[in-house]
Design a protein around this ligand. Structure first.
Ligand SMILES: *Cc1c(COP(=O)(O)O)cnc(C)c1O
Length: 411
């Protein structure tokens, strides 16, 4: 018997969500469409297996097959990221947030100083927000963006590092549209004798696809989710220099987690195989080209883009000249079948719950095969519903018909 017959309530909800995903334009920068193959691995019997600890030294019997799965996943991560021989990989973190906490727990003592970007400027909750375990456990000192340029100011970051002497310097963001200069961060970390950590959750697919530089030649530790631009399962990885390997493995298990999700680890392996191809490189290039095209088209409609543009898969639209808040814009857009997430702008005078901007990303719509021409169309819909809420129904109808021509992978 199928889910449809055995549990029609959940079946119907899944169908409703599928329909929503098919019929709307997903501009949420952290989302994507995993392939059928990724989902097949994720929904497989591997999820039945307990396999605490690492391949070759598990606490349970029957782990021969999952050992092979986990080793293969690690080999493929190594190939996709072109890891040097003296780097180590852990594929067990349940998701991006635990991965970050596991790294801090491995390399620092409670109360140690970490330098990172604050949430409002584009950091992540686990980068030291006071409501997160990270912020309650370590001493975070935050750098922000230059209010004038909307970009990282490496001189300011260097000065701050000089002053506060952090044990660890963290870069990698959720809402930053410019390329990160990892070499500069390395120089700053060296001066402060700090560990250099990059959280590449958002840009991992762009790095593997060769359209964003990689921190790996310069950094000590790199964490990443697998479900954003990489288009994989909800899961995360940690990559680090060998000298941190033992501490990080111990921190992931038994320090913070129990049994690894071998189904998710198999799906990571599938993702890395998909990502280590010419097709994926083309995909990554198209994400960035689409993002630039969407930003330009929006600028032509009078929208202000933070830092005047983008180098990656996302942009922050500053709505202060449009007489609408981020929350209202997000609602108008959704009424028109366009899904986005509201976002603060640098030095935002408004509160995070209802900030002054929206964040738009092109990873998911690029997975549907949309190109520059479609970005112009999308910009015109965005401009239309933000200016006039009353036409949202009409736009929603047009978006639904438009989406039929661009079937999403895995749906
Ligand atoms: C998404 C993200 C995370 C957290 O990932 P979850 O899987 O939601 O826990 C951590 N750091 C950054 C920079 C992210 O963008």
């Amino acid at each position: 018997m199928s889910l449809k017959q055995k549990d029609p309530q959940i079946y119907k909800l899944i169908q409703a969500e599928r329909k929503r995903q098919q019929e709307s334009l997903n501009l949420i920068a952290s989302e994507n469409f995993a392939s059928k193959e990724v989902m097949e691995a994720l929904g497989s019997v591997l999820g039945n297996k307990y396999a605490e600890n690492y391949p070759g030294k598990r606490y349970y019997g029957g782990c021969k097959v999952v050992d092979e799965v986990e080793n293969l996943a690690k080999e493929r991560v190594s190939a996709a990221f072109d890891l040097p021989l003296d780097w180590h990989i852990n594929v067990q973190p349940y998701s991006g947030s635990p991965a970050n906490l596991e790294v801090y727990n491995a390399l620092l003592e409670p109360g140690d100083t970490i330098m990172s970007m604050d949430l409002a400027s584009g950091g992540h909750l686990t980068h030291g927000s006071p409501v997160n375990f990270s912020g309650r456990t370590y001493k975070f000192v935050h750098y922000g963006l230059s209010p004038k340029s909307g970009k990282l100011d490496y001189m300011e970051i260097l000065k701050l590092a000089d002053r506060v002497n952090p044990k660890l310097i963290l870069c990698g963001y959720t809402a930053y549209s410019r390329e990160i200069d990892f070499k500069k961060f390395r120089e700053i970390a060296d001066k402060a004798k700090a560990i250099a950590m990059a959280d590449i959750s958002h840009i991992a697919g762009l790095i593997v696809g060769g359209v964003h530089s990689s921190p790996i030649p310069f950094f000590d530790v790199v964490t990443s989710t697998v479900h954003k631009t990489l288009r994989g399962p909800r899961a995360a990885i940690v990559m680090c220099k060998d000298k941190y390997a033992a501490a990080i493995d111990k921190s992931v298990f038994p320090g913070m987690q129990g049994g690894p999700h071998e189904n998710a680890i198999a799906a990571i392996a599938v993702t890395m195989k998909e990502a280590h191809t010419r097709t994926f490189r083309k995909y990554a290039e198209q994400i960035v080209n689409n993002c630039k095209a969407l930003a330009h088209a929006l600028q032509d409609f009078g929208f202000k883009i933070v830092s005047e543009g983008t180098d990656n898969h996302l942009m922050i639209v500053d709505l202060t000249n449009k007489n609408i808040t981020g929350m209202e814009a997000q609602k108008h857009l959704e009424a028109g079948g366009i899904v986005s997430s509201r976002s603060p702008i640098p030095a935002d005078p408004r509160k995070p719950w209802d900030p002054s901007g929206v964040r738009l990303g092109t990873a998911a719509i690029t997975s549907r095969g949309m190109k520059e021409k479609e970005m112009k169309k999308i910009a015109s819909w965005i401009a239309a519903v933000i200016t006039d809420r009353s036409i949202a129904d009409q736009v929603k109808d047009e978006v639904r018909r438009f989406c039929r021509n661009f079937p999403a992978p895995g749906l």
